[in-house]
Structure formats: C-alpha cells, structure tokens
Design a binder for this molecule. Structure first.
Ligand SMILES: Cc1ncc(COP(=O)(O)O)c(C=O)c1O
Length: 394
C-alpha cells in the first residue's frame, strides 16, 4: 500500500531498535537495567485514583461539558497561583497529554514551509510534529560545552523568517533548566522579533538544588499574547497513562486547536478529567509532588556523580526533569568485544549487549556525542546499572 508523503517523511524512531532489543532480552529472562524509560516509576497518588473511581461510580461516563468547565477553571487557578500567568478558561485546552497539545498547536499555527526554531538536543517528537504540520524544523545547537543552553544571539540570528521558537526548560533529554535571568535574556531577544514561543513546561515541578523554575510567559507583559504554555499531569503527578495535558495561550489559537480536536478526538476521558480536577485542587497534592521531587533529586545527583567517575564520560549535573545526558564521545574509538564505539548508537548497543544496560542513543535527540539515562528508577537499580557500565568501560 502506498502511504502518504506526510507519514513517510516521519522516520521510525531510532530509539525503537534499542528499546525493542532490550524488551526482547528481558522477555528471554535476561536481567537488563533499563535507563530508557521516560516516565516516573511512582504510581499515581491514591487520592487522584480515588477521584477517578468516584467519578466512574457516579456515572461520569459521558461526553464532558460540565466536568470540563470545572477542570478548565482549576487549570486557570493553578496558572494564576503557581505560575503567575493570567488567562480565561477560553484560553485553555485540555488534551490527551502534553504531546497532543503540542501537536494540535503546530497543526493550528503552521503553514507549509513555516520554520520552527528548536534548540538541539531536543525532545524527539518536536521535529516530527513540526514536519507533520508541513513546517520546517531549524535547529539551534546547544551542546554540552555550552551547558546545553541556547543564547539570545542565536535566537536573533535565526529569527528572520521563522515563526515559532520552542523552549523546553527543564529539558528532556539534557536535564538542564534555564535560570530566570537566562530566560529573561532570551525573552528580550524574542521581543525584538515576530517569534511566537511554545514553552513546554511539563517538567516544571522537577527542579533541583537552588534551581528556580519560571514560566516564560511571565517574563514580560508583552509575552502572553505570543506565548503558548504547554503542561500536563504525566510528569507532575505520575499520570503518564491517563493521557492528560493542556495548552494555555492566545484565545484564537486555543480556539483553533479546540476546533481541530473536536473533529479529531473530542474531549479527553470523562473520569480522567475528574482525576485531574482532584490533582489540581487537593490539599494533598503539594506534599505528594514534593516527596517525588526529593526522591528524583537524590537519584539525579547520585547518577551524575557516578557517571562523572567513569573515564571518557562527562555529565552536566541535571537541574531538572529526570534525565542525565552524559557526553560519551570520549570513549569513541575504543573497541569493546565485537562493538567498535564510534557513535551514540554503537555505545548504546555495547551497553545493552555487553553490560545489559538499556539507554537511549543521543542521536535520537540531535546529539550523537551523548546518551540519555533516565533516573526514574530506584537507587539500587542506578547503582547496579552504573557498576555494569563502569566495568564495561574499565
Ligand atoms: C519534553 C516533553 N514534552 C512533552 C511530553 C509529553 O508528555 P505527555 O504527552 O505524557 O503529557 C514529554 C514526555 O515525555 C516530554 O518529555
């Protein structure tokens, strides 16, 4: 069957080969330490699950007009209270995950050939979503030796003819968070251009040390009219499987995204919305989030320390999210067993076949010198996996 040009322009994920081989090995009973996962290992908190169960028992199983209104209000209140962003309910769209919100926004905003500036390394779905919307991804290099951050100069140099700048802080895959002053400098550059900013804030609650999270839209009073803020419940509340996210931004864009969604999926799941409402309004939420954040902080510090003790490996300390993105190019040129290390894929292959450690090649995120390890796993697993990697690279 001849598939559409649109879909054949999207390559199968490079990370898939490693992930499926890792699964194959695990199914065969091989003890693989899996650092590939991109989701919290914690279960969804009980008080959130209870709200979904209660909604089901109350017959909350229909299309969602009423529940939706309450949830929109809760998100509006959360944005005002926690982020300092002031919006009306008509400026919020609840979607099937943050991923879906981004997809809808690109579809609603981009015309054929429109350029989107994406700092690289980047989350795998951004370029593909841009291409699916007919747009053209333009990468702004932000390698490890620049702390995985773009500069205002880069924004200004690339802005001409570009429509959107993507900001993802804290970042997947680098684990890096921009400081408020660094973001303010980028905001200042943005204000000299016509760029619209997509600020992906799904990791907002997971920041470490003295790192402070700030929402991009709050950095100048002229920004709300040209910033779309993306967020969701997956990472904050360990709710990846519930598929709940949202976008908040200019009313006309949000309405267009809603129009698209009305023909595509209709609204999100009724009882999942009840759970989301509870997550955003329960007095138990803050303590639960903080407990998960503290655990991630300890793990991230430990993982980075251990990675930096391995010769040929250099890891920027993660200040957010739950990923380490070490540079491993210092090991390239070596031959381990039957594998010659010469790029991130061969490094990931060696790690899996020789050390039984699954990690993700950095190539998938636009940086072939690095690999990504998730620390959304227990400290014993982290030690076990890093013992194995250290032994492999001895
Ligand atoms: C940077 C980033 N943005 C958005 C998402 C989307 O998450 P979800 O669709 O589960 O809300 C992810 C998930 O891995 C992510 O890492």
């Amino acid at each position: 069957m001849k598939l559409s040009r649109r879909i054949t322009s999207v390559p199968a994920s490079a990370t898939l080969a490693i992930a499926s081989r890792s699964k194959e090995m695990q199914a065969a009973g091989i003890d693989v330490v899996d650092f590939g996962v991109g989701e919290p290992d914690f279960d969804t908190p009980e008080f959130i699950k209870a709200a979904a169960k209660a909604a089901l028992d109350a017959g909350d199983t229909k299309y969602t007009a009423r529940a939706k209104a309450k949830l929109l209000r809760a998100i509006v209140d959360k944005l005002a209270r926690e982020n300092g962003i002031s919006v009306q309910p008509s400026q919020v769209l609840v979607t099937f995950g943050g991923k879906h919100a981004l997809y809808a926004a690109f579809q609603a905003l981009l015309d054929e050939g429109d350029k989107v500036l994406i700092p690289a390394p980047y989350w795998v779905s951004y370029p593909e979503q841009v291409k699916l919307a007919g747009g053209e991804p333009v990468f702004l290099p932000s390698p490890a030796d620049r702390g995985f951050k773009i500069s205002p100069k880069q924004v200004l140099a690339a802005a001409k003819g570009a429509k959107v700048l993507l900001i993802n802080s804290p970042c997947n895959p680098t684990g890096v968070t921009y400081s408020p002053s660094e973001l303010a400098a980028i905001a200042e550059a943005v204000l000299k251009t016509d760029l619209i900013v997509f600020s992906d804030e799904v990791y907002e609650k997971l920041v470490y040390g003295d790192t402070r999270f700030v929402s991009f839209a709050t950095l100048d009073k002229r920004l709300p009219e040209r910033t779309v803020t993306f967020n969701g419940l997956s990472k904050t509340f360990a709710m990846t499987g519930w598929r709940l996210g949202w976008a908040a931004g200019p009313k006309d864009l949000i309405a267009a995204m809603g129009n698209l969604m009305s023909h595509e999926t209709s609204d999100t799941v009724s009882f999942a919305q009840a759970a989301a409402l509870e997550a955003y309004t329960s007095p138990e939420a803050a303590e639960t989030i903080e407990a998960m954040r503290c655990e991630f902080e300890v793990r991230g510090r430990h993982m980075a320390q251990r990675l930096n003790a391995i010769p040929g490996v250099h890891c920027v300390q993660p200040t957010g999210a739950f990923y380490c993105f070490p540079e491993v190019s210092g090991t390239y040129g070596r031959t381990l067993g039957s594998v010659k290390l010469n790029n991130s894929m061969s490094f990931a292959q060696a790690a899996l076949e020789l050390a039984r450690v699954a990690l993700v090649p950095g190539d998938a995120f636009g940086d072939d010198r690095c690999v990504r390890l998730s620390f959304a796993t227990g400290i014993e697993q982290i030690d076990k996996g890093l013992d194995r990697l250290q032994e492999m690279l001895r």
